[in-house]
Ligand binder design. Sequence first.
Ligand SMILES: O=C(CO)COP(=O)(O)O
Length: 135
Amino acid sequence: MEAFSVIVNQPRDERAIALIAHDQKKPEMVAWASRHRKVLAGHRIVATGTTGSLLKREVPELDIRLMKSGPLGGDQQIGALIVEDAISLLIFLVDPLSPHPHDVDVKALTRLAVVYNVPMACNLATADRLIAGTA
Ligand SMILES: O=C(CO)COP(=O)(O)O
């Protein structure tokens, strides 16, 4: 996949920031990305399908590679990028109050972020602190 091949095998400082939000958290993700667009615009970004499409429309200055939608394997694709050392930061705004058919994929992705020691934010407070520490 083209989106994959332009992200893997990058020098470490060109690794991508991964952005994902569950449906109830998508408005928060758009507002967060908009608030931090100056920092984000200096990075490659990879996102799951629906989150990324929304961000492309609402924050057009961002360079976003779209993966599949989460329920169709997008979380797993981003997990694979973590394994390839292609992700510098994972911002995953999860909705803990709704059921998700692909819950096992969500767990697998967050597990890989822990295994590979990728800085990961699952809520806005942590996302703000992580991006503040990103050049
Ligand atoms: O479901 C998701 C994460 O588990 C997000 O996927 P979308 O961005 O395609 O909605």
